[in-house]
Write a protein that binds this ligand. Structure first.
Ligand SMILES: Cc1cc2nc3c(=O)[nH]c(=O)nc-3n(C[C@H](O)[C@H](O)[C@H](O)COP(=O)(O)O)c2cc1C
Length: 444
């Protein structure tokens, strides 16, 4: 039977992607301690999750008012640690859990990214995954020594070259390159380790790469672009993609469309998994879950939304009154997440929405789209989406940590397992085994 994929949407920061989560009475207050991440890793592995995955951003959200004071004061994602370092520790605390992290193609060098993830892959027995992002805003540019963030589509053109280089390096040691024959003095076959000699419009890299191949061939490529250009990029390069489909009907249509895009890119759509975002609030009974949700709804502040919107759209919302319409130029000039901007235009039905419309349409900073209910309620929805092919799995966001993951693992996972749509145990050692993805060949 087809099995769903479960991904935990983790943050190496003081809150989850729900910024107010740190104020939750049950949220742990040591999110910069190793024990916090080791604990999460063990909870996820007990729940047989495919992968624990960290998002990333290379700056504090200080686009709003061009100042970080509010970010620090209200704890709006003001801590952001390097996710791969944390994954190494989580890998040491587990044996099977897949380990994913986000690194930016705009601000890192391809050789560096290839080496970091290939090393993580070896050190964890083939459990690594890289989430490819092109980054979103000027704050990241400023931290990484640039004046402005690159224009949207150009970032993706450049990212295409980045991928050629990373995959080129990852495939440059053939499977049987290493011999280690001490008697003959042969470490590895010179003709089985290749240079890539890549020269593109934006990037170049020579090789040969300095990290051998892992048990799963190379790390799994994750992608989450949602604009038209972003989705094409995902179709070209992604193996596991993250989406935010909002209802079953549009989810089914977008799922079918994305799989067709993969086929059009010359790839096998069966080797491509789509996981959609889900924020479960679960308890033994529906009434208890609703009480939990009522508490969660008391946590967000308006400043959380304004700050997060400024960051995601690369636009300073402090320059506008709450009910002041954006001008045509301001709308056209938004260079951050284009799909989010387009959704606001569509949902509000306005050509010139106001900041209030942006908050309304996106729900940024709030937990409006949570799925609230008993284990059966949550599993019913997941089963329906999965069997009706609106997705191959779910990216589970947390209202607070570690409680939201503990609840999910204790209450929802057994219900999914009972229905035969989620594994009772891992069936292989590597992340590709969990996801049912083939191990790529390096042979030329
Ligand atoms: C589950 C999930 C995780 C994401 N993680 C990140 C992230 O870590 N960093 C980031 O910049 N964008 C992240 N995104 C956003 C997308 O990767 C992408 O940046 C965004 O959709 C903008 O790209 P677009 O202009 O193609 O829509 C995430 C999206 C989803 C659904």
């Amino acid at each position: 039977m087809r099995q769903m994929a479960l991904v935990a949407f983790l943050q190496a920061q003081n809150c989850t992607n729900f910024a107010a989560s740190w104020r939750h009475p049950l949220a742990r207050t040591d999110s910069w301690s190793p024990d916090y991440y080791r604990h999460i890793a063990k909870v996820l592995e007990a729940g047989k999750f495919d992968v624990g995955f960290f998002d990333d951003r290379l700056s504090m959200p200080d686009m709003y008012g061009r100042d970080h004071a509010h970010t620090v004061q209200y704890g709006i994602r003001c801590v952001k640690m390097d996710p791969v370092t944390i994954l190494s520790m989580m890998g040491a605390a587990t044996t099977h859990l897949g380990l994913g992290a986000t690194y930016s193609t705009t601000y890192y060098e391809p050789f560096h990214v290839a080496r970091v993830f290939a090393t993580l892959d070896l050190m964890t027995g083939g459990r690594a995954a890289w989430n490819v992002v092109t980054s979103v805003n000027d704050g990241e540019a400023a931290n990484m020594g640039k004046d402005h963030h690159l224009e949207h589509d150009l970032r993706y053109d450049r990212a295409d070259e980045f991928m050629e280089i990373v995959l080129g390096h990852w495939n440059s040691w053939e499977e049987d390159a290493i011999v280690q024959d001490k008697a003959k003095g042969l470490f590895a076959h010179p003709d089985k380790v290749h240079r890539i000699d890549y020269q593109g419009k934006f990037l170049k890299s020579r090789g040969p790469f300095t990290v051998p191949r892992s048990a799963q061939g190379h790390p799994v490529v994750i992608q989450a672009g949602s604009s038209g250009r972003g989705r094409r990029f995902a179709a070209e390069w992604g193996e596991l993609i993250f989406v935010h489909y909002r209802d079953l009907a549009s989810g089914k249509a977008l799922y079918a469309e994305q799989k067709a895009m993969v086929e059009k890119a010359g790839r096998d759509p069966e080797n491509f998994r789509i996981a959609t975002l889900l924020h479960p609030v679960v308890a033994e009974t529906r009434a208890e879950a609703e009480d939990k949700k009522a508490l969660i709804d008391t946590l967000p502040l308006e400043i959380d939304s304004l700050s997060l919107l400024s960051e995601a759209l690369n636009f300073d919302f402090a320059t506008k009154g709450m009910d002041e319409p954006f001008t045509d130029e301001e709308i056209a000039g938004i260079s951050g997440m284009q799909a989010m901007r387009d959704r606001v235009l569509q949902v509000s039905g306005k050509k010139n929405p106001t900041p209030r419309d942006f908050i309304q349409a996106t729900g940024r900073g709030y937990m409006r789209e949570a799925t609230v209910g008993s284990p059966k309620d949550i599993a019913d929805k997941m089963e329906e989406w999965f069997t009706e092919r609106a997705c191959d799995g779910f990216v589970i966001g947390a209202t607070h940590v570690p409680g939201a993951y503990e609840d999910f693992v204790n209450l929802v996972v057994p219900e999914l397992q009972k229905r035969g749509i989620f594994r009772k145990d891992y069936t292989g050692p590597t992340l590709r085994h969990h996801l049912g993805l083939p191990i790529p060949s390096a042979h030329r």
